[in-house]
Ligand binder design. Structure first.
Ligand code: GLA
Ligand code: ZN
Length: 681
């Protein structure tokens, strides 16, 4: 495959479209024509087709029906539009699920699912692997030379776990591969605890919360098993259509999938994101969480463009309270993804179905069926704006000077460890302690106007000035050494509470936290962890003032200097923020979860000391964010007002033109609530 990551050979502008389910409308052929007409009006370039269409494609085992899909593909081609053709493994035909019960998942209690629902196939089942490969081969054979085929949408939102005997055996084999011997497994798992010493591989269970190393390995296994399922699906696609890129839709920071690993196997990163409507008290935080997830996708595609493959044009239907999006907020969400490097904006869904679980989910075309709805008009405006911005699609987001490590392994290990405070934050991206700490630091850096590149444990840190390691709970010696080398070469490091507690198998480092030599790097010893009630706060005094919450560590100086200390509790006076000169760099340790204001002050001081550049050399009002995309011959700026107030901004020395302005721009830019400006600078 010679397609460079992040590119779709057939793409010459922003792709704009939706998940499209013509398989549900076969009884009404006029709908296809009506849809094509409406798509043209809305500026649609592309659609994902056939995601849940297995039964329409293969109504009985081995009998295929493609006439309906031929029509869709041909009509798209005639109109110069593209299809992201889906492989249909996301939900199983009834005939298949009833004939081969092994394709259905088994839950932790050993009960097999009934037929139905979706995203619930056993990912180890040889039958399901064989059947999905067979239908994929048929699709690839039939459409390999079709001009409408732009890329493969492989599966849908792979996730979840299965505890059937096939999965259990596969897990045991996976462990045998990883550890080689039972002795190695038992010592890695600390399994003498509560009589868990394994004396035969077949004794190993898929779930046992008392063995935290087992849980961590189970997360790794489930992730690997999904990836191997996806790779199995791709075999015929790679063989028959080597020039058609493959992607699958990620789910942002979803807990169970280590997307850094998935990213290596797909040609372009694609993500689904459903932010909450921006009219609640937490809307700023939600906007920044979306921004964080977009930047994670940018990181996974190595700074190259990626796809926002699903978002809702209005409300979703699966929340408790499904609010409509307020004026401008949807446009802002779209442009936020674009500002972070997305070159595709697709919705779930093009047209509302008449029945089923998602009949009230937002769609471009309502049950009413015309171009008269508010949402349709909104989408059509966005479609024409994206067409106007088409030059932006060949510009990339510039590399940042600050890197943040987002690490599923640390998150899994922390969540499998009993003791530290469990946080389950609400909101669209339900966070745990790990992700909330990441969000906190990203938010503070964003408030300082500093862009962050997200990196994995495998990334090269050397191009960055500052490396932020939120809650790097699981640390291997190899990683710790690379962090050390980074400071040797003059890099600055920030670590937080929950750093360096465990090794690769979730066993605690001995000799004091943070382990693997990080104690020396940060010049501290973290002796104890205090967990606070939700409404409790610990004061912070010193160079930085404010409050700590949720988790506070009691640390001692071992070479570092304390720059801010606890101002309350029995550990008053103990260091809570420390600085250590280590080799050519500085290593900062933040021994608690802090409120945002503390982190903003902290990063502002780092920005001054270490000369970190801001996206714009202007102090913007709180809640406004500026982002950039640049190509060899043009620079673009995106200015977002994430607040519920109107702001007027003077961009001072910056010369720019407002690309989507209705009238020629004044000296000051006026941004209404949730308004976004796209500037050529
Ligand atoms: C997911 C799925 C879609 C649809 C949407 C609804 O992202 O991939 O099929 O169910 O959710 O929000
Ligand atoms: Zn299974």
């Amino acid at each position: 495959m010679n397609i460079p990551k992040g590119t779709i050979p057939k793409q010459t502008q922003f792709f704009y479209g939706a998940d499209y389910n013509p398989d549900q409308w076969q009884h009404a052929p006029e709908i296809l024509e009506r849809d094509i007409e409406l798509m043209k009006q809305a500026g649609v370039t592309s659609a994902s087709v056939g995601i849940f269409a297995w039964t329409a494609l293969e109504p009985e085992e081995g009998r295929y029906e493609f006439a309906w899909l031929d029509r869709v593909m041909d009509r798209f081609a005639q109109e110069g539009m593209f299809v992201f053709l889906a492989t249909p493994s996301g939900s199983k035909p009834m005939w298949l699920s009833e004939k081969y019960p092994e394709v259905r998942r088994v839950n932790k209690d050993g009960r097999r699912d009934a037929s139905g629902w979706r995203h619930n196939h056993c990912m180890s089942s040889p039958v399901y692997r064989e059947k999905s490969r067979a239908i994929n081969a048929q699709l690839a054979l039939r459409y390999k030379d079709h001009p409408a085929l732009a890329l493969w949408h492989v599966g849908n939102e792979y996730s979840g776990e299965c505890h059937c005997e096939l999965c259990r055996t596969a897990f045991q084999d996976w462990l045998r591969q990883r550890y080689g011997s039972l002795h190695a497994l038992n010592s890695a798992w600390w399994s003498s605890f509560w009589n868990h010493t394994i004396t035969d591989w077949r004794q190993i269970q898929t779930a046992d919360p008392s063995i935290d190393a087992l849980q961590l390995d189970w997360m790794r296994f489930v992730n690997d098993q999904h990836v191997s399922f996806m790779l199995n699906e791709m075999i015929p696609l790679r063989e028959l259509t080597p020039d058609v890129p493959c992607m699958t839709n990620f789910m942002g920071t979803h807990e169970s999938n280590n997307y850094w690993q998935w990213a290596e196997h797909v040609d372009i990163i694609a993500n689904d994101l459903y932010p909450m409507p921006a009219d609640c008290a937490d809307s700023w935080r939600y906007s920044i969480q979306s921004d964080f997830i977009h930047s994670l996708m940018r990181g996974m595609s190595g700074g190259k463009s990626w796809m926002l493959l699903e978002c809702s044009p209005s409300s979703v239907n699966w929340g408790e309270i499904n609010k409509l999006k307020r004026p401008r907020s949807h446009r802002q969400e779209v442009l936020q993804a674009v500002a972070n490097g997305a070159n595709t904006i697709h919705y779930f869904q093009w047209r509302k179905g008449r029945g089923g679980f998602e009949k009230y989910h937002g769609a471009v075309v309502d049950h009413e069926g015309t171009n008269q709805s508010r949402v349709f008009k909104d989408c059509a405006t966005i479609g024409s704006e994206l067409a106007q911005l088409s030059a932006v699609h060949s510009a990339d987001c510039p590399h940042a000077e600050v890197a943040m490590l987002f690490d599923w392994e640390s998150r899994w290990a922390l969540n499998a460890s009993r003791g530290p405070k469990v946080i389950k934050s609400g909101g669209p991206f339900a966070g745990d302690l790990y992700t909330e700490l990441c969000f906190d630091h990203y938010e503070a850096l964003t408030c300082c106007g500093i862009t962050v590149d997200q990196v994995s444990t495998q990334s090269d840190f050397s191009r960055y000035k500052l490396l932020v390691l939120p809650a790097l709970y699981l640390v291997t010696q190899e990683l710790a050494d690379r962090i050390y080398q980074f400071t040797q070469c003059g890099g600055q490091v920030v670590a937080t509470c929950m750093t360096g507690y465990v090794d690769l198998t979730n066993c605690c480092w001995l000799g004091g936290f943070p382990g693997a030599g990080l104690k020396e790097l940060f010049g501290i010893w973290n002796e104890e962890l205090d967990n606070l009630h939700n409404d409790e706060r610990v004061e912070l005094n010193g160079q930085f003032g404010g409050f700590a919450r949720d988790v506070v560590e009691r640390v001692h100086l071992r070479g570092a200097e304390s720059i801010a200390q606890a101002g309350s509790e029995f550990y008053t006076g103990h260091p809570l923020i420390t600085e250590h000169i280590c080799e050519a760099g500085h290593a900062f340790y933040l021994a608690a979860r802090f409120e945002c204001a503390v982190l903003v002050d902290f990063y502002q001081s780092l920005a001054t000391r270490f000369d970190l550049s801001r996206n714009l050399d202007i102090d913007l009002p709180a809640g406004l964010v500026f982002r950039r995309r640049e190509s060899a011959d043009a620079k673009y700026g995106f200015l977002f007002n994430y607040t519920q107030e109107t702001h007027s901004v003077d961009l001072k020395g910056l010369s720019y033109s407002d690309l989507l302005a209705e009238s020629n721009c004044a000296k000051k830019l006026e941004l209404k609530p949730y308004a976004t400006k796209v500037l050529r600078i």
